[in-house]
Design a protein around this ligand. Structure first.
Ligand code: PEP
Ligand code: MG
Length: 574
């Protein structure tokens, strides 16, 4: 039976495919059926993996030094106990037989069940043990990878699969960059969560905050993802399917037509030049940046180099990544943001830290608390600045002393490079992100000490309106047109212009075509967005005349109600 679920559209376009239910990318597994005569072989494959992991864990336990903290041994014992518990070692065998499926799939089904049971526990310590279950499962999956199944039929091709998950972390999403799924649907998450931003950066339709998708949708069911309107249609009938196929073709043809303006300079009708830069997460994104015709990288979220790994990237490894981007942009500006770890982006899947991670030790706060990690990154960025036009951008600044400390550490890093005779761009520009209201309200020190500013509207909205951007239960309150948000943005752009300090917007507002004219009216001349949005924004810039926009932008600023602001905006966009 066909039914429809609603969430928030997180990525443009329409995808049609088969639902593929998963828990987390790290534990992402293929699903395929096993012929009855091969089922016992598959069960054996699972048993071999259990034996292998048991031997691995026992070996690790033996190698724990005598003076190691007691928790280490206890932790390995716990994993051994979990491994041998019937819920993890026997139930999957029964599932392989009853579902006639591959061992990985049976194991992950059982893990999902166990994780759901843990989530119901009130005691926070016990609840968190679900992470241990996942780690043991991860070891088993790895062991099975080493002895691939020969008994199954081929899994369906990724391009036809729509991933349906309860929740995905930014670290999960970054792993999906290696896949080619047709779309994403998650139960949790707000539209400006990093997970949603990454879904957009994959350039595929996505919906977040659907609440019940994981529960209602079955593996293999045909689904339509309308990432524009946030609508998920499950088991559509023929007429609906044809209508969405038609819309899909239309969107594709618009996308193709937009490519014609790829090399056209972004200039308004009355001749004002506008910089359209791109946001990236990983060096390999640079290909897409070049295809988009961006004239620079306005935001390189460098912390993504630090996710999904057990160690921190070395100075040399970071240097290579930054140099690659700098060289690939051939002298166009590349703005590398220093680490914005913390909040929803944690190293190696660690639990989100502190009672309120978005307000906790995040971004520059974490970097100042971990000077070795920060100095390593600064040296890597400075060394790479010898190979292109790199700019350094510091996230989440709020206090003058944070600016001072960051600048001192940059100076220190330069000195180390001088002592080693390593070249770097001595004139490298240092900028700060304006994403905490306190920063937008104390711009004096920012414009005096820094070379440029970049408004991170995602966090600026989060912190101004006190809404956790990852929490979909409050995402209806997340409104870029709230007068307080607009005032902070307009004030920052105008102060920058007065003080001759360039200001960019690099949050999601920069890639929202309904807001382009408003931002132009505030005086913004530098936008940085995901490359997939760039040509749409360029088209809007080309069609815009600045003549009347300042006046209308002022009247929108005077509107004390976001609804009124939206109406005025509709008029300038008409
Ligand atoms: C922002 O906050 O708007 C921003 C660009 O940074 P991020 O989305 O990575 O927090
Ligand atoms: Mg931010």
């Amino acid at each position: 039976m066909s039914f429809t679920l609603h969430g928030a559209g997180a990525g443009g376009g329409i995808a049609i495919g088969q639902a593929h239910l998963i828990s987390s990318a790290r534990l992402e597994v293929a699903h395929y059926s096993i012929a009855p005569e091969h089922l016992e072989l598959e069960v054996m494959r699972f048993s071999t993996a259990v034996d292998q992991v048991r031997a691995e864990l026992q070996g690790l336990r033996r190698s724990v030094p005598a003076d190691a903290p007691a928790e280490l041994g206890a932790f390995l014992n716990l994993h051994l106990m979990m491994l041998d518990d019937a819920t993890l070692s026997h139930v999957p065998r029964a599932l392989i037989r009853s579902l006639r499926c591959n061992a990985e799939w049976a194991l992950v089904q059982q893990m999902d069940y166990l994780v759901a049971q843990f989530e119901k526990i009130d005691d926070p310590y016990l609840r968190e043990r679900k992470a241990d279950v996942m780690q043991v499962v991860e070891r088993l999956l790895k062991a099975m990878q080493e002895q691939p199944s020969r008994a199954g039929s081929a899994p369906p091709r990724e391009e036809r699969l729509i991933v349906v998950a309860h929740d995905l972390s930014p670290a999960d999403m970054i792993l999906f960059k290696q896949h080619q799924y047709a779309g994403f649907v998650t139960d949790l998450g707000g539209v400006t969560s990093h997970t949603a931003i990454l879904a957009r950066s994959l350039g595929i339709p996505a919906i977040v905050g659907v609440h019940t998708a994981r529960q209602m949708v079955r593996e293999g069911e045909v689904v339509i993802v309308d990432g524009v309107h946030g609508v998920l249609i499950v088991a559509p009938d023929q007429l609906v399917l044809e209508e969405y196929q038609r819309r899909q073709r239309e969107l594709e043809s618009t996308r193709q037509k937009l490519k014609r303006i790829r090399t056209t300079p972004a200039t308004t009708r009355d001749g004002t030049a506008v910089d359209l830069h791109a946001n990236i997460e990983l060096p390999q994104d640079i290909e897409q940046v070049r295809e988009s015709g961006a004239t620079g990288v306005g935001l390189f979220r460098s912390e993504f180099l630090f996710l999904n790994r057990d160690d921190l990237p070395s100075e040399d490894e970071q240097f290579e990544a930054y140099r690659h981007v700098a060289q690939a942009m051939h002298g166009m500006p590349v703005t590398i943001r220093t680490l914005d770890l913390g909040a929803d982006k944690t190293v190696n899947g660690a639990a989100r830290g502190g009672p309120n991670p978005a307000m906790g030790l995040r971004a520059i706060r974490l970097c100042l608390a971990e000077p070795q990690m920060f100095l390593t990154q600064l040296r890597a960025i400075l060394r790479a600045s010898n190979y292109g036009k790199i700019r350094l951008l510091i996230p989440m600044l709020a206090h003058a002393h944070e600016i001072e400390q960051a600048l001192t550490m940059i100076a220190q890093s330069k000195q180390v490079l001088d002592e080693q005779n390593l070249p770097y761009d001595r004139g490298i520009e240092i900028g700060g992100m304006i994403e905490v209201p306190a920063a937008a309200l104390s711009l004096g020190v920012f414009v005096r000490k820094l070379d440029f500013l970049s408004i991170g509207t995602n966090d600026l909205i989060q912190y101004t309106l006190a809404i956790d951007r990852t929490d979909d239960s409050v995402s209806h309150l997340y409104n870029p047109l709230h007068p307080a948000v607009l005032h902070l943005i307009a004030h920052t752009i105008r102060t920058g212009a007065r003080m001759k300090v360039p200001v960019a917007v690099c949050g999601e507002m920069a890639g929202d075509v309904t807001l382009t004219r408003l931002l132009l009216g505030f005086g913004l001349r530098q936008f940085s967005m995901h490359p997939a949005n760039l040509l749409t924004i360029k088209q809007q810039v080309l069609k815009s005349d600045l003549g009347d926009l300042t006046r209308v932008a002022n009247s929108i600023l005077r509107a004390d109600d976001p609804e009124k602001a939206r109406q005025l905006l509709d008029q300038i966009n008409a």
